[in-house]
Design a protein. Structure first.
Length: 292
């Protein structure tokens, strides 16, 4: 998850990002299940609170090595925060302001925004440019910085995050979602079963093929296909990656070790037209499944 764009935008500038254009009447809620709801961040203060949630997960729980300023502020923050939209899951049963209710977040970056803002985050690890160049007629959207607080890592929280992603992609005419997903730790061989399963069974091919940058490439082909127990491999997957698999995603060739975030990253490629039909039926072709 290393990157170069941050050199062009100082952290102090991020705090000046204007609030996303969204109403405060509740009509911008993208989904709701019980006391949980999902919507985009409405203000700089909500983005700041999302960064605090990310810090708790990435730095305190996952032991990411963040810059000194981020540690001092207890915020996971980078230059992309000022150009992305921030999808939130809030627990409305928590007393207090919305900033205190945020329990999960995703960061969304559309191709048209990336084109005028320094590119996509994952371009520093994977050859995303080649993938996009093969599809000049399609609109891409990068998903990133996904995290949920430990007490909320449940099926319905994941459902709401995906409801938000789906509603957002429909609103903006997105054809392809993609982004980095991570295994914990910097030794790919510790995830040999899961990585090999992805390599042999769901690797993105032909027009959707995409590879890790050559200087960062770590093989995912760590076991022969005949030696892979699919059930064990799936049980070894992080929940986010299992979620992508259920939706019908494919994965790039090669992993990248991110020493700063203490992760082994893979690239997810998910054309919206390939999303599993049963999930389209579940969420609603018009994203209305949980919107009321």
């Amino acid at each position: 998850m290393t990157f170069d764009l941050a050199q062009t935008i100082a952290p102090a500038e991020i705090a000046q990002k204007p609030a996303p254009a969204a109403g405060r009447s509740g009509t911008d809620v993208l989904g709701r299940i019980g006391n949980l709801e999902t919507r985009l961040a409405r203000s700089v203060s909500e983005i700041d609170a999302a960064q605090a949630v990310r810090y708790r997960v990435f730095a305190e729980e996952m032991k990411a090595k963040l810059p000194a300023d981020a540690v001092r502020r207890k915020r996971d923050i980078d230059a992309w925060d000022m150009v992305c939209d921030h999808l939130l899951v809030l627990d409305t049963s928590i007393e207090g302001d919305a900033e205190e209710q945020i329990v999960g977040t995703y960061r969304l970056l559309r191709q048209d925004v990336a084109a005028v803002s320094g590119g996509f985050y994952s371009q520093s690890e994977f050859d995303v440019d080649a993938l996009i160049a093969r599809h000049p007629d399609k609109r891409f959207m990068e998903l990133g910085r996904s995290c949920v607080l430990p007490d909320y890592r449940t099926k319905r929280t994941v459902e709401l995050l995906w409801q938000g992603n789906w509603a957002y992609s429909l609103k903006h005419g997105v054809d392809v979602m993609f982004g980095c997903a991570s295994f914990h730790g910097i030794v790919p061989e510790e995830h040999a079963l899961a990585l090999s399963f992805l390599h042999h069974n769901v690797q993105a091919r032909d027009e959707w093929s995409v590879s890790a940058r050559p200087e960062l490439f770590r093989t995912m082909d760590l076991m022969p296909s005949e030696g892979i127990d699919a059930r064990r491999a799936l049980s070894a997957m992080p929940p986010l990656i299992k979620g992508y698999l259920r939706l019908g995603a494919a994965f790039g060739d090669g992993a990248v070790v991110d020493h700063g975030f203490n992760t082994t990253d893979v690239l997810v490629v998910l054309p919206t037209g390939r999303i599993s039909g049963r999930y389209l039926n579940y969420y609603g072709a018009d994203a209305g499944r949980f919107a009321s």
